[in-house]
Ligand binder design. Structure first.
Ligand code: DQA
Length: 146
């Protein structure tokens, strides 16, 4: 069974209470429940991690090599700043789907640049929590095709 690590970055532990007008009322626990249900439907294994610290996120990406077959990452603000996280993803050579709850291209210009997109298979943004489920669907189709 293929395995996917879903890694969330800074401030995403506050989902549900953090700017609900931007990020919605769904909590991170709700997101994980949605992903578990989708993974069951798709025949995938899923694991979850969240950190507010860049280095911890990099360690989680390194740890995914040999343990998981793909990554789904919402790196929060590190998306727009972290060359180190981009390099970590490139180093482990696992397919990445980048996810954002909000449409980062409809927001401030500093959110329009994503270092992670440069090493991602694809990127989903603007679909709220459903984006994580869409990412799992995309990865399952990719696994089936390979
Ligand atoms: C986010 C978008 C980022 O710009 C922001 O810093 C976040 C959340 C999103 O899911 O829409 O923390 O990644």
């Amino acid at each position: 069974m293929s395995s996917v690590l879903i890694l969330n970055g800074p401030n995403l532990n506050l989902l549900g209470t953090r700017q609900p007008n931007v990020y919605g009322a769904t909590t991170l626990a709700d997101v994980e429940d949605m992903c578990r249900a989708a993974a069951k439907r798709l025949g995938l294994n899923v694991a979850f991690a969240q950190s507010n610290h860049e280095g911890v996120m990099i360690d989680a990406v390194h740890g995914a090599k040999g343990t998981h077959d793909a990554l789904i990452i919402n790196a929060g603000a590190y998306t727009h700043t972290s060359i180190a996280l981009m390099d970590a993803v490139a180093s482990v050579e696992l397919p990445l789907v980048e996810v954002h709850l909000s449409n980062i291209h409809a927001r401030e210009t500093f959110r329009h640049t994503s270092y992670l997109s440069k090493v991602a298979v694809g990127m989903l943004c603007g679909f709220g929590a459903q984006g994580y489920v869409m990412a799992l669907d995309a990865l399952a189709a990719r696994f089936d095709a390979s």
